[in-house]
Structure formats: structure tokens, C-alpha cells
Design a protein around this ligand. Structure first.
Ligand code: GBH
Length: 487
């Protein structure tokens, strides 16, 4: 929490409810003039220590896939397999950040953000997933971290964002991969611990398990039955647990370790107490094999019963590792369905499909549901009481066009961000422990199976020249970061 007590929370809420904006609106930064001077947001402001940042991931931006001893990954194999990625696009060059990281740091600096979330390519550190470390790969991240710190930007490091060393036999089907991850994560955190204080084990459990091995849209593109899928999910959460333990052992005291997950989150269809309660039930049940297992240290009976003979094989000690307390929880927030209480089902809720004309961005899955950032974090906070929450990704694709003056006027992306931000501000105003926010993404990049056909950047990248140009949304974000408040 940001140090407010109940009375101050009540004051802040009261002011907001009455529409008394004067308190927060009078100063340059709403946070500074917030009720009770505690640094808590007023009607429009964010907490004075709120951490604004941008996010990226290694395979989506780095390129240089054959350089300095980097090993091949599942995504190199997948993107080079005909028919798997739109237009046959690959991450071979992407944003060429391996060479242009100084330009990217300059973009961050110009935005005024205080933090950068990036991921480390496991196969640059251990080209075969395990064995002898590759010093040239380590050096790249040393240069990046040193450059960020010199620019006054705090690194938030993800150890695994889906680019799995191809040499690991059977990928996440193999329990040994979870141990290999733990070893790599501990090693790399040890290399950076003198300068990096925030580590996330893995990014988005559902994506590198279900979407990769069950529905198969992502590398390695398999469609396995539920028995193996549940085992793969278990290896995913186990990798997190082993990574958490290894990072803690390898790092200095004061290091914060968490996970960046994308739990399914929901909005109450209408804001009655029963539907608000249904959001919690849905979040807990729909994420039973992922975040719920991590936050509760066990699989729910409902999940195990539903999977029956397909339930995962769990070894002694696994759940203790998986359920070890986190220093913070990072959540990637994009979209969510509405839910209603439903007493006719044992689960007690039903998820409503999006109506046909519901607004969405160009990525077909990206329904515009700004309230989910508030209701999702509220449900998570009330159920699991994480010590701190970061929004580790939020943003959208948009149908960007470069105007005659070279600028991208992405008013649709500004609309999306502005609306989500309103509900994020509500979360901080009500004292939910949200400590920071990272826009996805700093710049246009390789959008996995969509290749370069769906672009999420607040900077435009000309992939022929690698020139980066701030979009209107970057100007909007810079002003938000500068004033620390909504207008
Ligand atoms: C994040 O995933 C990723 O962390 C990031 O790398 C990515 O670039 C960014 O979002 C934008 O997509 O149509 O059923 O296959 C976002 C969460 C969940 C979004 C799965 C795509 C596909 C659903 N993803 N979803 S489906």
C-alpha cells in the first residue's frame, strides 16, 4: 500500500465521489496536492512515487539472431516454418535493438519514464539452454543495464518471454526444462544483481503453455490432448517456482522477485455486489492452473476434479516452490469479458461473450474493456493480497498510417490508453497496491504469429531504415508522465 490509512482513503474517495476536483487539480501534479499529503492520488492524480515505464521483449525487438554465439530458439524455428507467421515474417532483424539499444534508451529518456521492462534471451546466455555461459551474450545485457542506469532508468528484467532455447529436448513437455530455467534464471540474476533490483521469472504462463501446446498458434505450434497440456502447465508454474528460488539465492538482499502473468480477468456485467463477487470467483477458477496455484500454493479441487485422469503429475515439494510468496505481482492487462453471478452452476458465475458490435482494436482478440484494469486488480488484491502490483503490460495495436509530415496520429491508441488509465487511476485512488505501469510497447515490433501486421508501439519503427518516430500516443504518454495526473 502507499501508506494511506482508512480515514485518508475515505477522504480521497469522498472528494472524488463529490466531484471535488479542486484538491487534486490545484497543483502542478495532482499527487503532490492529494488529500492528507500522503502522496496518494487525489481525484485525478497518481501517487507521487508511481513508476511509469515501457515494456518490450527480446525476440520481438533484438534481431541479431546469429550474433555473438546466440543459440537457436523455438521462435526462430517456428517463424522460419512456412505458414506459421503472417507474411512469413521473422524476428531475424526486428527492431535491431541488439545494435541500437542506445537509441532505445534515448527514446525512454525523451519520454521521461523512470523504468524499462525488457527480457533476456536465454539462448544468448546459454546457447543450448544449459551448460557453459556465453560471455558475449551476458555483455550485451551488461551494456543495456549500464546504459539504462546512466540515463536514470530503472531496469525491470523478465528472464523468460517465450524464446526457449531450441536445444532443450521437447521444450516445456519435459520437466527438465523447468530445472534448466531455474539454473539459467539464478545464474543471470547473479550477473545483474549489483545493478538490477526487480526480476520477473516468466511472462504469461498461458501463452507459452496453452497457446503453444494446446491451441498451437505459438511456437512450437502443437495441439496436444489435455493430459500432456496439464503437465506442460505444471512445468510452467514449476519453472516459475524454481526460478524464484534460484533468483533469491543468487541475489543481494532487497532484490524484488515476481512474475509477469496474464491471468484472465473480468468486469462485473453491472456493479451489483453479487456480480462484483462473481468477478473474484471467475478470476480464481479460470486461472486455477496458473496464477491461482502460485498465489495459493495448490491446485483447486474444482480444477483437479474437472481434469480427472488428465490432472498433472505433481511431485513432492512442487507446490511449495510454486506457492512461495512473491515480492510483487506483475499483471499484463489487455482485455476481459464481463461476468455475472450464476447460482445455477457450481462455479457460481458465468462469462458473457462480447456482443457482436463490441469495440475492439485491430488484433481480433483485443476488445476495448478499460474497466478490467480496475476490477481485475481489485479482485486480485482482495483475494490474494499481493504486496505490490505492477501493470507490466498494457497497450494496443492500431491501424497506424504515417501522415504526410511523417507523424502517426494514432488517436485510437490515445483513446484506448486514456480510458484504461482512468480506471488505473481509480485503482490507485482507492488504495489498491498498484505501484507502476508499463506501456506495451516502447516501439513497433515483431508481434509473434501476427508478424509485423499488428503493431503495438507508441513509437513508429520504419523497418527499412530502423528510424524510430514518436507517435501521438508517445506525446500523450510523455505528458501523463510529466504531470503524473489525468486531465
Ligand atoms: C502480450 O500478450 C505479450 O506479452 C507480448 O509479447 C505481446 O506482444 C503483447 O501482449 C501484444 O499481443 O486469439 O485465442 O490465440 C498478450 C496476451 C493472450 C494476447 C492471447 C493474444 C491470443 C488469444 N495474449 N491472445 S487467441
Amino acid at each position: 500500500m502507499t501508506g494511506i490509512n482508512r480515514r485518508e482513503l475515505g477522504l480521497g474517495l469522498g472528494a472524488a465521489a463529490l466531484g471535488v476536483g479542486a484538491l487534486a487539480n490545484s497543483g502542478a501534479a495532482g499527487a503532490q496536492s492529494a488529500a492528507a499529503g500522503s502522496g496518494q492520488a487525489g481525484a485525478q492524480g497518481f501517487p507521487s512515487d508511481f513508476l511509469w515505464g515501457c515494456a518490450t521483449a527480446a525476440y520481438q525487438i533484438e534481431g541479431a539472431v546469429n550474433e555473438d554465439g546466440r543459440g537457436q530458439t523455438n521462435w526462430d524455428v517456428f517463424s522460419h516454418t512456412p505458414g506459421k507467421v503472417a507474411n512469413g515474417d521473422t524476428g531475424d532483424v526486428a527492431c535491431d535493438s541488439y545494435h541500437r539499444y542506445q537509441d532505445d534508451i534515448a527514446l525512454l529518456k525523451a519520454l521521461g519514464v523512470k523504468a524499462y521492462r525488457f527480457s533476456i534471451a536465454w539462448s544468448r546466455i546459454f546457447p543450448n539452454g544449459r551448460g557453459k555461459p556465453n560471455q558475449k551474450g551476458i555483455d550485451y545485457y551488461n551494456r543495456l543495464v549500464d546504459g539504462l542506469l546512466a540515463a536514470g532508468i530503472t531496469p525491470h528484467v523478465t528472464l523468460f518471454h517465450w524464446d526457449l532455447p531450441a536445444a532443450l529436448p521437447d521444450g516445456w513437455q519435459n520437466r527438465d526444462t523447468a530445472y534448466a530455467f531455474g539454473d539459467y534464471a539464478g545464474f543471470m540474476a547473479g550477473e545483474l544483481t549489483d545493478r538490477v533490483k526487480h526480476f520477473m521469472t516468466v511472462n504469461e504462463l498461458r501463452c507459452f503453455t496453452d497457446l503453444s501446446y494446446m491451441t498451437g498458434g505459438k511456437a512450437p505450434g502443437l495441439k496436444l490432448p489435455m493430459g500432456p497440456v496439464n503437465q506442460i502447465r505444471h512445468h510452467g508454474v514449476l519453472a516459475h517456482g524454481l526460478g524464484l528460488q534460484a533468483i533469491r539465492q543468487a541475489t543481494r538482499s532487497g532484490t524484488q522477485v515476481g512474475i509477469a502473468d496474464n491471468p484472465s480477468i473480468f468486469v462485473p456485467a453491472i456493479e451489483t455486489p453479487e456480480h462484483i463477487e462473481a468477478v473474484k470467483k471467475a478470476v480464481r477458477a479460470e486461472n486455477a492452473m496458473f496464477l491461482t496455484a502460485i498465489m495459493e500454493g495448490k491446485y483447486t479441487d474444482a480444477y483437479l476434479t474437472a481434469q480427472g485422469k488428465d490432472a498433472p503429475n505433481v511431485k513432492d515439494g512442487d507446490m511449495k516452490l510454486i506457492g512461495a510468496p512473491l515480492d510483487f505481482l506483475s499483471v499484463n492487462v489487455y482485455t476481459g469479458n464481463s461476468v455475472m453471478a450464476d447460482s445455477s452452476t457450481p462455479a457460481g458465475y458465468k462469462i458473457l461473450p462480447h456482443p457482436g458490435q463490441a469495440p475492439r482494436m485491430p488484433s481480433p482478440w483485443l476488445y476495448v474493456t478499460p474497466e478490467v484494469i480496475y476490477w481485475g486488480m481489485r479482485a486480485i488484491s482482495e483475494m490474494w493480497k499481493p504486496k505490490g502490483i505492477y501493470i507490466s503490460e498494457n497497450g494496443c495495436s492500431a491501424d497506424d498510417k504515417v501522415a504526410a509530415d511523417g507523424k502517426v496520429y494514432d488517436t485510437d491508441r490515445v483513446m484506448y490508453l486514456r480510458n484504461y488509465m482512468t480506471h488505473l487511476q481509480r485503482a490507485t485512488r482507492e488504495g489498491l497496491p498498484v505501484k507502476g505501469y508499463f506501456v506495451w510497447s516502447l516501439m513497433d515490433n515483431f508481434e509473434w504469429e501476427d508478424g509485423y501486421t499488428k503493431l503495438f508501439g507508441i513509437h513508429h519503427v520504419d523497418f527499412k531504415t530502423q528510424k524510430r518516430t514518436p507517435k501521438l500516443s508517445a506525446d500523450w504518454y510523455r505528458e501523463l508522465v510529466r504531470t503524473n495526473r489525468l486531465v
